[in-house]
Write a protein that binds this ligand. Structure first.
Ligand code: ATP
Ligand code: MG
Length: 332
């Protein structure tokens, strides 16, 4: 089985329906065919604005939602980045092998500092791609699924791995970037030509999976449609209605043409009721299971400690090989 590493930042109180249908469900489905390492990059979260009072809870909540949605802590190695000190240790060694010019060419840093300027940026944001290289190389994965915005960072990771292997001996597997397994792309209910996003200015167009049934139903009933009355899938002419049909189709597994037939002659209100029922039926049990897990933080922490131990078994092996390759005195 190919080994695959992936992560999800603890940057919101709840996953939204896009994260759930577009990322979590396909990830759950991949557990049989891949050896999955899934981590919560809390150290990376420190590079942008964060709230120390809620960060730990968000880390737990993120993990709980993954488990509630079907990630098995047995099949997947599920862990928190800061619990595995080897990430920061390997990052140091890799940073000594990274050119300043090379690091300065990372476009995400340039984009993120375009507004405020580099003078105000923290150095952690600048070295973020090197920590990401350490995250990856520690686990010797075959593949790293990343979106376009992270491709350049995986290229840097490959360069660093190859450079290290060439200079110090074969230690790292050079990972292939791969397109993430994705499910549906879900759109904002108030702004149905933009994707649903946790960083949208208003939560009104978002379905947070930890919200109560009534809140979810209300958001769906307030979804933007159009002045017409026909229920058919047409992204250009009818983005709101199409996006509702898409959600219903993804959640129930009913093909779009069958839904168009089912709703022929019906009103938008009928469609919204059906979408609300289907979404609540799908995510309600996930929310309840997540709540149960979060009601017992000690049990959550035990699950994460188990993941940490499994992750460290691999991470320490790689770091030992690195330290010995560069000639550091064994720590015994
Ligand atoms: P941000 O706005 O901060 O980028 P986000 O809502 O896009 O947040 P991410 O943390 O960037 O969430 O993405 C986590 C995962 O969820 C990724 O795999 C991403 O592709 C997926 N995802 C995010 N939004 C959607 C969406 N609207 N539809 C489908 N998948 C999505
Ligand atoms: Mg995003």
């Amino acid at each position: 089985k190919p080994r695959v590493l992936s992560g999800m930042q603890p940057s919101a109180d709840s996953l939204h329906l896009g994260n759930y249908l577009g990322a979590l469900k396909p990830w759950v489905a991949s557990q049989e065919s891949q050896e999955n390492f899934f981590f919560i990059p809390d150290l990376h979260a420190l590079t942008s604005s964060f709230d120390p009072a809620t960060l730990a809870q968000r880390t737990r909540t993120t993990a709980a939602q993954y488990i509630a949605g079907g990630i098995s802590p047995e099949k997947t190695v599920l862990f928190v980045q800061s619990h595995v000190p080897e990430h920061a240790e390997l990052m140091w060694v890799l940073s000594t092998q990274t050119g300043f010019g090379e690091a300065s060419r990372m476009t995400q840093f340039k984009d993120k500092t375009a507004k405020g300027g580099t003078e105000a940026a923290n150095v952690g944001l600048f070295t973020y791609p090197i920590l990401m290289a350490a995250d990856i190389l520690l686990y010797q994965p075959d593949r790293v699924p990343v979106g376009d915005d992270q491709k350049q960072h995986v290229e840097l990771t490959r360069d660093l791995a190859q450079r290290f292997n060439h200079r110090f001996g074969e230690v790292f597997k050079v990972p292939e970037p791969s397109i993430p397994v994705t499910g549906a792309r879900i759109y904002d209910l108030q702004n149905p030509t933009s994707k649903m996003s946790k960083s949208a200015p208003s939560p009104a167009g978002r379905i947070d999976i930890l919200d109560e049934d009534a809140v979810i139903a209300k958001r769906i009933k307030s979804a933007v449609t159009d002045a017409g009355s026909e229920i058919r899938f047409d992204r250009e002419e009818k983005p709101g209605v199409s996006s509702l049909l898409d959600i219903l189709s993804t959640v129930t597994g009913t093909p779009l043409p069958a839904l168009e037939e089912q709703f022929a002659g019906k009103m938008y209100g009928h469609l919204k009721v059906a979408v609300a029922e289907a979404v609540v039926a799908e995510v309600g049990p996930v929310r309840e299971r997540a709540k149960e897990l979060l009601a017992d933080p000690a049990e959550m922490d035990r699950i994460l400690a188990q993941g940490r131990d499994r992750a460290r078994a691999t991470a320490t092996e790689t770091l030992d090989a690195v330290y010995s390759a560069v000639g550091l005195l064994r720590r015994g």
